[in-house]
Design a protein around this ligand. Structure first.
Ligand SMILES: C[S@@+](CC[C@H](N)C(=O)[O-])C[C@H]1O[C@@H](n2cnc3c(N)ncnc32)[C@H](O)[C@@H]1O
Length: 208
């Protein structure tokens, strides 16, 4: 991390707010903004969060689902544990979703919401990063289709570029209502965008 990067981060509004409000990442505000606008999450929901480290989205999800809900965060990087009984962390790769999902003991067979803020190591070469990001978004969609209950909700990070439209069309096959969202906390210079799918309704030949 360069001196310049650290200095820019220190001036960033959402970074400072996350420190003040005790969130583990500035990314937390993206989920707060998405969830507020679209009612993605509600009290009592069971949630799986892919690409969850360091855990900002998990904190937001736990706040909304409360004591009666459940949040599982999965990341190849170790996530520091939380003090809540109904929040768990696991090491895992969204690409190994089918194997991983069978090994994980969820409290209920299916979950209400799948979150994915999974992001590759950024090369800085826009086209390469776009392809890698959409691949991870496709993996997240497949994982979601394994574990979501009918009517469940999904949000996934994507990068803008040629492959975004075909990806969104794919999401439309699985969800009744699909929207593209750029939350205020997502930096305007970043090509990052979120694809929201509400009301999981897979084609019958895709149900597992
Ligand atoms: C932008 S960060 C997520 C921030 C998180 N939403 C938060 O609020 O703290 C992206 C995460 O994706 C994870 N990641 C990268 N490749 C992954 C993969 N194949 N499967 C699961 N997670 C992955 C990274 O380790 C990183 O922690």
């Amino acid at each position: 991390m360069s001196k310049r990067w650290r200095s820019e981060r220190g001036k960033d509004y959402y970074y400072r707010l996350s420190k003040k409000e005790g969130y583990r990442s500035r990314a937390a505000y993206k989920l707060i903004q998405i969830s507020k606008k679209y009612r993605l999450l509600k009290a009592g929901d069971h949630v799986v969060d892919f690409g969850a480290a360091p855990g900002g989205w998990m904190q937001v999800a736990r706040k909304i689902v409360g004591d009666k809900g459940y949040v599982l965060g999965i990341d190849p990087t170790q996530i520091e544990k939380f003090p809540w009984h109904n929040v768990e962390v696991k090491i895992g790769n969204v690409k190994d979703y089918s194997d991983m999902i069978h090994k994980i003991k969820l409290p209920k067979k299916k979950v209400d919401v799948v979150l994915s803020d999974v992001s590759p190591n950024i090369s800085g070469i826009r086209d390469i990063d776009h392809v890698k990001q959409i691949e991870l978004a496709e993996d997240s969609l497949k994982a979601a289709s394994f574990i979501l209950r009918p009517g469940g909700n999904f949000v996934v990070k994507a990068f803008q570029g040629d492959l975004l439209k075909p990806f969104v069309n794919n999401v439309k096959k699985f969800f009744k209502y699909v929207r593209l969202i750029k939350p205020a906390a997502s930096k305007s210079k970043s090509s990052e965008i979120y694809v929201l799918g509400l009301g999981f309704n897979p084609p019958t030949n895709e149900v597992t």
